[in-house]
Write a protein that binds this ligand. Sequence first.
Ligand code: AMP
Length: 326
Amino acid sequence: MSKPVIVSGVQPTGNLHIGNYLGAVKNWLELQNSGKYQLYIFIADLHSLTGKIPAEQLREQVKITAAELLAAGIDPDKTTFFVQSHVFEHTELAWIFNCVSPMGELDRMTQYKDKTAQQISATAGLFTYPILQAADILIYKGSLVPVGQDQVQHVELTRDIARWFNNKYGEFFPEAKHLLTKVPKVMSLLEPEKKMSKSLGAGHVIELREEPDEIIEKLKRAVTATIGGKKAPGVENLLGLLKEFGDEKTYKEFLLAEKDGTIRYGDLKATLSKTVSDYFTSFREKRANLLKNTKKLDDILANGAKKAQKVANTNMGTVRKLIGIR
Ligand code: AMP
């Protein structure tokens, strides 16, 4: 029996940070290495056009994101790893899905509402974003989509789109289900009540590529003070990171010290700095090598696109016949 198909993408936002790692990448590595699934991981460059990224920056960031995911452990022999725009069928299928999806259903998407609330003008691309997402998944007949809670609605829409298509043209697409992953929420170093995000500024995040001395400096400035007498969210965040990246024994020692009030935040920060920088030592080396050897990187991505395209083209062949354009 063939393995369930899992499809997931990441926007080329440049350097990954530890929030991206713990919230998305680590989960992909576990799925990949379990051997139980057929995994498609892509760099969602077309999705990022809904933002304001300049062309040269996009080109650069696709390379960096690719190098970083490979350095983190995405294995192109196990996972079909590629750049979204290299497989034209994604956009072809998205157009066809545009034509079976009622406007009213897209209008309900809370992520669109949230984004438009912050932006002066929204493009049609931002509105139909979840349709391209549905095409990304269904072009490979993906049946499982690993997402956090905020993306569940889009997976439901993917399921609806598959149904609308199947009802109109005949049974073809599977009804994708979300694979809700327990995602630890990593908080900002400087404002630990907010989610760690590059948009807050460089001091708020630890990037995977950062050298040990940079990590030491960042963590030195991390906020540990209590706010309004409540349990310090900054300390909780640092302890959470120690739990994820370090060994159980050290984590438990600090946890105990925190409980009985003997904890020294300087020690916690120093231990965590070393733990995080050691964890990513081989990542830093692999990343640097891949970015030096861009021929190798390009070859990996070209091979991935070829593998993906083979499947996408077969499925599109059937879709074209079903809808009457062949
Ligand atoms: P973004 O580039 O912000 O869309 O993030 C890419 C992936 O990383 C998404 O799956 C997010 O859920 C995850 N992610 C981003 N920031 C964090 C964070 N602070 N904590 C946990 N996961 C995160």
